[in-house]
Design a protein around this ligand. Structure first.
Ligand code: ASP
Length: 385
């Protein structure tokens, strides 16, 4: 309905913007409390540091393997379709001046991860720092046992409160998603997408392979969960991811759908989902590898196999570094381009179509996080609905 209304109303679809704004602001409003409360509940329900280590290592292995599969799919498809060859390029030079400095060194990485001031991290919405502090907090509560109990009871209650608010916000989801898509299509007009159509198509094909073939295979064999049921039960989160462009904004819906509709325990979702929303991005890894190769093709630069391997590895790193917010992947693409000396101006070409592709890759990112939660819950011996 969103697409139809967007196409019909065109610019007039803007009248629906307030509805979209209300939905997206409500979601954003509860993200930081949700990360703080769920992650602490998750960590403390794991019991001891050994279980945390076990769950943590399984989670990271899952993240890396699935991102690698995604990147391989992306590279294969882009080499097959070759969309950069005859692309109609419009280079937006001004974008280069606006690009942030993404030079990565040990100091900047430490600054990103360890907050100097926890409250500043909250105000600046630095999710990685918030998660870092929260993990410490949860571990200390575990360690203290009885002495920390009043705080633990408080956080458990806080978690219940946040989940209740999420449930209320979720009743607005269909209207919110509808309004978001209608205004987006109306504003953008489908015509702007034409010059890069083949490129977009290749990205969409690659993302679809990951979403509709790889994730179902993993779910079926490793999660012992029906892919069909997954797409039905997890649909609210997929639709929210598609329309909001943000894994983090979708997090409340991801947790709610996993627990209420699929039956994954709070113990697993509260650990795997918030981490996944910030660092596990299959869609983004796939996209960045494809975008880098597309730019190389468009500038007629041949990349050797070793260089393509560097693209694959840096794309995974860049996807880990990307925040779960709109267009984050386009920014961390700089890391991939720099690694193999591709022109940064290339990003200007991709800007025009980024919004649509971001919607698609965010959907894959969120599906990957959910699939991970199901697989890990299964490994922990859980049964689903
Ligand atoms: N928007 C994506 C997400 O939130 C990140 C990206 O830009 O690739 O998952």
């Amino acid at each position: 309905m969103g697409i139809t209304v967007g196409v019909l109303l065109q610019e007039k679809a803007i009248i629906l913007k307030p509805l979209a704004e209300i939905f997206i602001r409500l979601l954003n409003m509860i993200i930081i409390p949700i990360i703080f409360a769920t992650l602490i509940v998750g960590i403390t329900s794991l019991g001891n540091i050994k279980t945390l280590g076990r769950l943590g290592s399984k989670t990271f292995i899952y993240y890396i393997i699935t991102s690698l599969i995604a990147v391989i799919i992306g590279l294969t498809i882009i080499n097959l379709f070759n969309p950069g060859k005859n692309a109609d390029l419009i280079i937006d030079q001004s974008i280069i001046d606006t690009l942030p400095n993404t030079k990565m060194n040990l100091t900047t990485i430490i600054e990103q991860i360890i907050p100097k001031n926890f409250f500043k991290a909250i105000v600046e919405e630095n999710m990685v720092s918030i998660i870092f502090f929260t993990i410490f907090f949860g571990m200390a509560l575990n360690y203290l046992g009885k002495a920390g109990k009043p705080i633990l009871d408080f956080v458990n209650a806080l978690n219940e409160v946040i989940l209740k608010i999420t449930e209320w916000i979720m009743t607005l989801a269909p209207i919110g998603v509808f309004a978001l898509i209608a205004t987006l299509i109306g504003e953008m007009g489908l015509g702007t997408l034409r010059p890069l159509a083949i490129y977009m198509l290749s990205v969409i094909v690659a993302l679809s392979i990951h979403l509709l073939i790889i994730i179902p295979i993993i779910l079926y064999f490793f999660g012992k969960y029906s892919p069909k049921k997954f797409f039905v039960n997890f649909f609210p989160a997929l639709a929210t991811a598609f329309s909001t462009d943000s894994s983090i904004a979708t997090l409340p819906v991801t947790i709610e759908s996993l627990e209420k509709n699929i039956g994954v325990s709070n113990k697993v979702t509260s650990f795997v989902a918030p981490l996944g929303a910030t660092i596990n991005m299959d869609g983004t890894a796939l996209y960045e590898a494809m975008a880098a190769l597309f730019i190389a093709q468009a500038y007629n630069i041949q990349l050797t196999l070793t260089e393509q391997l560097i693209v694959a590895l840096t794309a995974i790193l860049a996807s880990i570094g990307a925040a779960g917010i709109p267009s984050a992947g386009l920014i961390t693409l700089i890391i991939v381009l720099q690694a193999v000396n591709l022109p940064l101006e290339g990003i200007g070409i991709l800007l025009a179509v980024d919004r649509v592709l971001d919607m698609c890759r965010t959907t894959v990112n969120v599906a990957g996080d959910a699939c991970g939660s199901i697989v890990i819950a299964k490994m922990e011996g859980e049964r689903f609905k």
